[in-house]
Design a protein around this ligand. Structure first.
Ligand code: 5GP
Length: 121
């Protein structure tokens, strides 16, 4: 797999300050901010600061420090947002996963019943 990162993507522009975001948490290697089109009362995106285009890219090539930092950030968001009733963690990738922004991110969705994960085909 050739991971060809596009440095002009929207989340790269958020990271370098060209586009504003509603920041929730920032750490050494990660940034969390609210989705501009929220699909649940809690809809937070967590992204690594490094140039990774998808979950498989990040999981294969990121350093252990980046991976630990990213997962700890997800945990802190869950704690801060109060997800006792449940939540969903989503990472879309490429065409079949319907990934809109080609910078790796996870969606943290919570605050209402979220339905089944996928509609039956
Ligand atoms: P994907 O389909 O790539 O997994 O999801 C990308 C998400 O990024 C979408 O939920 C979309 O609403 C969100 N998004 C796209 N552009 C922006 C933006 O400029 N700011 C923020 N905060 N979210 C964005």
């Amino acid at each position: 797999m050739n991971f060809d990162y596009d440095p002009e993507n929207i989340f790269a522009k958020i990271l370098n300050g060209d586009i504003p975001c509603e920041k929730v948490l920032e750490s050494a290697h990660s940034l969390a901010f609210r989705d501009i089109r929220p699909q649940a009362p809690t809809h937070v995106l967590v992204i690594p600061k490094g140039p990774y285009m998808s979950a498989d890219h990040f999981c294969q090539w990121a350093s252990e420090a980046e991976i630990v930092d990213f997962m700890r950030t997800v945990g802190k968001i869950c704690e801060a947002e109060g997800v006792e009733d449940g939540f969903r963690l989503i990472a879309n990738a490429r065409d079949h996963g319907v990934q809109e922004v080609p910078h790796f991110h996870v969606h943290i969705l919570a605050g209402r019943p979220l339905g089944r994960m996928l509609d039956p085909a």
